[in-house]
Design a protein around this ligand. Structure first.
Ligand SMILES: Cc1cc2nc3c(=O)[nH]c(=O)nc-3n(C[C@H](O)[C@H](O)[C@H](O)COP(=O)(O)OP(=O)(O)OC[C@H]3O[C@@H](n4cnc5c(N)ncnc54)[C@H](O)[C@@H]3O)c2cc1C
Length: 388
C-alpha cells in the first residue's frame, strides 16, 4: 500500500489547468512529479474563456489569483437573451468576497499555471503522446511516443476525450450530436459595462459571448451537428447573427477569413474516478455540455480536492476513496442542474415563463445567474429567486 509520508513518483497526463494545478500542489508537497503533454507548447484552447465567480474565489483562497490572473478583466454579470429577443441584464449576486468573474486568455492562463507547477519542481515532458497504460503490482507503466515511463501513482488530466479513460474502459460512451463552433469576432459597438452574454437560440442551441478585450469578443455557438450537413459553419454563425437584432448590432457577418473552430465530444462520463493508485481530474473525470461555463473551475477544484485528500490521509487508497466520494457528490448536483437547464432551453413555453419570472425583479435575475455561476447551490438559489 502506498503511504503518503514517502516521496512518490507521480505521472500526470496533460498540462491543462487540471494537470498543472495538481502538479503544482504535489511537487510543492515534495513528490517527484512528471507532466506528460502531447503538444509542443501551450496553445489557446477552444473555450469561452470565462472564469465563473466561484473559480475566482477559489484562486483567491489558494493565494493564486494575483499571480495567475492579474492581466485579465472582470465580468460583473451576464446579459441573458431569449429566442424572442428579450434582454435581461443581470449582475452576480453580492454574496461573495469576489462577486465577479473574469475574461481569461487561455494561453496566458494555462501558461501561468504550468509555470507555477514547474517553479515548484515538476518536470514537463512536451511532445509526449501517451498511448497505453498498464498496472503491475504497485507500478503504473505508461507507454508514450518514444519512451516508457514508470510511476507509483498516475493522474489522468488529459481532457474530455481522455485516452486513459478510454483505454482502461473507465468512460461510458455517451452519444451526443452537439458541437461547438468557436471564433473571435471584432465588435462594432461596445456597450460599456463588462458583462458576458448568453443567447438562447431556437431548438436548444445557444450562443455565449465573452468580451475578452475592448475590441474582440470570444464567440461560441453550441448546436446540433446535423446542421453541418446542409450549412457551412460560417453560414450557421451568420444565420444566427442575422436572426438576432442584438447580435447583428454587435457583429458584421463572418467571412471566409474568420478562423472558425469546430469541436465535438461535448460529453464525457467517467464511472471510475479514482482507485488503484490512479485518479482522474478535470474534464477527464467528467464533462457536461459547456452551457454553464464552469469547466476551468471544475478542473481547478477537482485538482484542489484531490491534493487536499492526499495531504490529509495517511495512504493513497484512503485519500482516493475520499476524493471519489466528494467528486461524486459534486458531479451529482452539477449533472442535475445542467440537465435541468438543457431541458429548459429546449422548450419555448418554459423559456417564456422563465423570462417573465426573471423580468419581474433584477434580484431574481441576479440569483438565477448566481446559480449558473456556482455562487449559490441550486436549492439556495431557487429559494432566493422565489423570495425576490
Ligand atoms: C466550446 C467550449 C467552450 C468552453 N467555454 C468555457 C468557459 O467559458 N469557461 C469554462 O470554465 N470552461 C469552458 N469550457 C470548458 C474548459 O475548456 C475545460 O473544462 C477545461 O479546459 C478543462 O481543463 P482540463 O485541464 O481538464 O483539460 P484540457 O484543458 O483539455 O487539458 C488536457 C490536456 O491534456 C493533453 N492531452 C490529451 N491527451 C493526451 C495524451 N494522450 N497524452 C498527453 N497529453 C494529452 C492535451 O493536449 C491538453 O493540454 C469550454 C469548452 C468548450 C468545448
Amino acid at each position: 500500500m502506498l503511504r503518503l509520508n514517502q516521496k512518490l513518483k507521480i505521472g500526470i497526463i496533460g498540462a491543462g489547468p487540471a494537470g498543472s494545478m495538481i502538479a503544482y500542489r504535489l511537487a510543492k508537497a515534495g513528490h517527484e512529479v512528471h507532466i506528460l503533454e502531447r503538444k509542443s507548447s501551450v496553445e489557446r484552447k477552444v473555450c469561452g474563456e470565462y472564469l465563473c465567480p466561484k473559480g475566482v474565489e477559489l484562486l483567491q483562497d489558494l493565494n493564486l489569483l494575483e499571480k495567475l490572473c492579474h492581466k485579465f478583466s472582470p465580468l460583473f454579470g451576464m446579459v441573458l437573451v431569449s429566442p424572442m429577443g428579450e434582454i435581461i441584464p443581470s449582475y452576480f449576486p453580492q454574496t461573495l468576497r469576489e462577486e465577479k468573474g473574469l475574461s481569461l486568455h487561455r494561453k496566458i492562463f494555462d501558461e501561468n499555471l504550468l509555470q507555477l507547477a514547474l517553479d515548484s519542481g515538476a518536470v514537463l515532458h512536451y511532445k509526449t503522446v501517451t498511448n497505453a497504460f498498464q498496472k503491475t503490482d504497485e507500478t503504473w507503466s505508461v507507454v508514450a511516443s518514444e519512451e516508457i515511463f514508470e510511476f507509483n501513482f498516475l493522474i489522468a488530466a488529459d481532457g474530455r476525450q481522455s485516452k486513459i479513460g478510454n483505454h482502461l474502459g473507465h468512460v461510458d460512451n455517451i452519444y451526443t450530436t452537439r458541437i461547438a463552433l468557436h471564433c473571435f469576432l471584432p465588435r462594432k459597438i461596445s456597450r460599456g459595462q463588462r458583462l458576458g452574454e448568453m443567447h438562447i437560440l431556437p431548438h436548444g442551441a445557444y450562443c455565449g459571448l465573452d468580451p475578452v478585450s475592448d475590441d474582440e469578443v470570444n464567440f461560441s455557438i453550441v448546436c446540433d451537428s446535423l446542421r453541418l450537413k446542409t450549412e457551412r459553419p460560417k453560414d450557421i454563425i451568420n444565420q444566427e447573427i442575422k436572426n438576432s437584432k442584438r447580435l447583428s448590432e454587435m457583429f458584421d457577418p463572418v467571412t471566409d477569413e474568420t478562423d472558425i473552430k469546430i469541436v465535438s465530444s461535448l460529453k464525457n462520463k467517467n464511472h471510475f474516478i479514482a482507485g488503484d493508485n490512479l485518479a482522474y481530474v478535470g474534464d477527464a473525470a467528467g464533462f457536461i455540455d459547456p452551457l454553464t461555463g464552469e469547466g476551468i473551475y471544475n478542473a481547478i477544484q477537482s485538482s484542489t480536492i484531490l491534493a487536499d485528500c492526499l495531504e490529509n490521509y495517511p495512504d493513497v487508497p484512503q485519500a482516493l476513496a475520499a476524493y471519489k466520494k466528494r467528486k461524486k457528490q459534486l458531479s451529482f448536483q452539477k449533472n442535475i442542474l445542467n440537465h435541468f437547464f438543457q431541458f429548459l432551453i429546449r422548450r419555448s413555453f418554459l423559456i417564456k415563463l422563465t423570462v417573465k419570472f426573471l423580468k419581474k425583479s433584477p434580484e431574481r435575475a441576479s440569483n438565477f445567474i448566481g446559480i449558473i455561476g456556482n455562487i449559490h447551490d441550486p436549492v439556495t438559489g431557487f429559494i432566493k429567486m422565489l423570495k425576490a
